[in-house]
Write a protein that binds this ligand. Structure first.
Ligand code: AVI
Length: 314
């Protein structure tokens, strides 16, 4: 784990332009900051997707062609706190559908909390948590012939480049059978005046989330990044439809990373690319599912048309 972290940081800071992988945002501090971001005024994504789950639950069930006489598995990749999914689980349970809820996450801690809250709030729902890598879990799940609906929500796909997203969806498709479905939640392309503040909230949670990368490198790899000499820089180009986060060096400086026994030079104004958050439209979704055995069967959007849930059939 630490060896991989060292390698990724070394590679990222040695490349030109410099980069740092966004997956390293998520330690204990980063997880807590992301929860604050999701509740912030400016971060509309979570509220918009929750709106779909609260107000279009029946359409969701109809369009997924769920059948009460057929037992199925509802698999959620990167389930987190399950806030939105619980809205669907509530209705499925009330209407006596026969299913198992299988949340998959890297974090055992997140899964334990989710299991506890489901058992308290929705005791009739059968929950079987699965900790680990998405694909390893899917490979094992696909050994059963039970029909499957895979949820991949929250615009998590948007943190991948289009090339990575295409590979990811193809691999997902290879791990599913003929009648299984993918339920994909993505943020839609919209004007900069709405997207930009979502990645630069006024409380500074997103700034701290981004800068958490440098704090981790300081703490875990013995580096001497002076956090006052770097700043959070969000950018969004609405024609491209990709929000990008950078960390900008405020002056020319040298940073030593003890664990790598190496120093890195930063020019004044030099930027480290830390994250992309791709926004979608039908055309881009079509592009990333092109190589996979999926077709768009339907689409639900929230009341503001900010966010979309695509139902993909094979
Ligand atoms: C997890 N992911 C979908 C978030 C996003 O919107 O790209 C991560 C995030 N980064 C900054 N704010 C939120």
């Amino acid at each position: 784990m630490i060896e991989q972290f060292k390698k990724d940081i070394d590679n990222g800071l040695s490349s030109s332009p410099k980069t740092l992988p966004s997956m390293y945002f998520y330690d204990k501090i980063g997880d807590a900051l992301f929860v604050k971001i999701m509740h912030s005024e400016e971060y509309y994504l979570t509220r918009a997707e929750l709106d779909i789950f609260q107000n279009q639950t029946q359409q969701m069930i109809d369009q997924l062609q769920l059948d009460k006489s057929q037992h199925f598995e509802l698999i959620e990749l990167g389930a987190g706190d399950g806030l939105k999914t619980k809205e669907l689980l509530k209705v499925l349970s009330q209407e006596q559908f026969s299913f198992d809820y299988l949340p998959v996450d890297i974090s055992q801690n997140a899964l334990d909390q989710l299991e506890k809250s489901i058992n308290e709030e929705l005791p009739k729902v059968s929950i079987k948590t699965q900790q680990g890598d998405y694909f390893k879990v899917l490979e094992t799940l696909n050994q059963s012939k039970t029909p499957k609906v895979v949820l991949f929500l929250g615009s998590n796909l948007g943190n991948m480049s289009d090339e990575m997203a295409t590979k990811f969806i193809s691999k997902l498709s290879q791990n599913l059978s003929e009648n299984d479905k993918l339920y994909l939640g993505v943020d839609l392309i919209k004007p900069a005046k709405i997207v930009k503040p979502a990645y630069n909230d006024s409380e500074g949670y997103t700034r701290d989330f981004n800068m958490n990368l440098l704090r981790r490198i300081n703490n875990e790899l013995g580096a001497n990044f002076d956090l006052d000499q770097f700043s959070h820089q969000p950018e969004y180009d609405e024609t491209e439809g990709i929000a990008k986060s950078f960390i900008r060096s405020e002056q020319e400086q040298e940073v030593k990373i003890e664990a790598l026994d190496k120093s890195f030079h930063f020019e004044e104004g030099e930027k480290i690319a830390t994250e992309i958050s791709r926004k979608y439209n039908d055309e881009i979704v079509e592009k990333v599912i092109k190589n996979a055995d999926f077709k768009i069967s339907s689409k639900l959007t929230d009341r503001n048309n900010y966010f979309a849930n695509y139902i993909l059939n094979r």
